[in-house]
Write a protein of this length. Structure first.
Length: 92
């Protein structure tokens, strides 16, 4: 599913908005999520799951072709943990 598909679903289900307004609503939601995660805050969506930004430490890795050791820089990673409700609906 693409962003355009989500806009189409919002347009179909809300009825009172134009496609342009539906696109703006979807864009605002994604922008809010993005800004919140950039600040390092957790996002909890009831019945869906949690988005969390975690800090990974520097570590030593290995180049699989040469076997040479390399340093992997510290970085922030985004993780998603689905809620039990979402897990159950997928497996139903």
């Amino acid at each position: 599913m693409t962003k355009a598909d989500i806009v189409e679903k919002v347009y179909e289900n809300l009825g009172g908005f134009s496609k342009k307004e539906s696109a703006e609503i979807v864009e605002m939601v994604f922008e809010t999520i993005k800004e919140t995660l950039e600040r390092g805050e957790k996002i909890k969506i009831s019945g869906f799951g949690n988005f969390v930004v975690r800090q990974k430490k520097e570590r030593t890795g290995r180049n699989p072709q040469t076997g040479e050791e390399i340093k992997i820089a510290p970085r922030r990673v985004l993780t998603f943990k689905p809620s039990q409700v979402l897990k159950n609906s997928i497996n139903a």
